[in-house]
Unconditional design. Structure first.
Lengths: 133, 133
DNA sequence: CAGCATCCTTGGGGATACTG
DNA sequence: CAGTATCCCCAAGGATGCTG
């Protein structure tokens, strides 16, 4: 997208429902548990179900399955079923999913640069910043 | 956003609970309703409460207040109270919040480039892609 | 106008148990 | 191992009414 500062896409100003062009991406990529899953797949490569389950502690198999299905449906993750005994299933980032890498990198960068600012803002707010009005 | 790419904040790599360094950012910036709010503020500048409420249709005043408070606490949004009759309150993006601009731009770019891929993946999955296993 | 208080509903996820 | 099936719970969010 070239000159995006001039006009924020017709939809955004027209359609009140969406209100912002990044919401769909947020729903797809940054909904609950998806970031850890994508990150894990991105950082450690192809993995089996249990590996993911162990890596992302506190996630339940049910929810992990749900999220993986969603990501598979959205084309961000590829599921490979090996009909063996015991069964083996592997998950990996898809081509499309890989296009998210620079995004993730930039977010990580922002985190490294600004997360402590947020922390300080919070402390300041909690100490004396309560809004009057 | 200068250097600091070296260390992704000790928490993220140490604490298995988080599992990924971008999760904190997701919680702060991409939690429910925050993207439309930040986008609206970013795209249309300083606005009053009602303006935001109208712009982001379907949000209730209660939730809008909650989210605005959260964003204010996190230092991403600045609230200005004008003690007049009737009361007037204005919200705007903070300096810190403005550092998110390139991030938002990149997400919008990804959306423009890849959202239809996701759509197609979904259709394909719904038609014949149901996982066997 | 810009909210806060209160009540109420919903569905996302947790826990547990069970199969191919 | 890689899930599905069930039951259950609670907290986020909606609806409504009231103030400074």
């Amino acid at each position: 997208m070239a000159g995006e500062t001039s006009r924020p896409a017709a939809d955004a100003t027209t359609d009140p429902e969406l209100a912002c062009p990044i919401s769909p991406v947020v729903d797809i990529v940054f909904s609950r548990w998806t970031s850890p899953i994508l990150w894990s797949l991105h950082a450690f490569g192809r993995q089996r179900f249990v590996e993911l389950e162990r890596r992302i502690e506190k996630i339940t198999p049910k929810v992990l399955t749900q999220r993986l299905r969603q990501l598979e449906r959205d084309g961000l993750v590829v599921r490979t079923y090996h009909p063996e005994v015991p069964p083996r299933v592997e998950y990996e980032i898809s081509e499309l999913g890989r296009t998210l890498s620079p995004l993730f990198a930039q977010i990580a960068e922002w985190a490294a640069a600004n997360l402590d600012h947020v922390e300080r803002a919070r402390r300041h707010y909690d100490e004396a910043g309560a809004p009057r009005g």
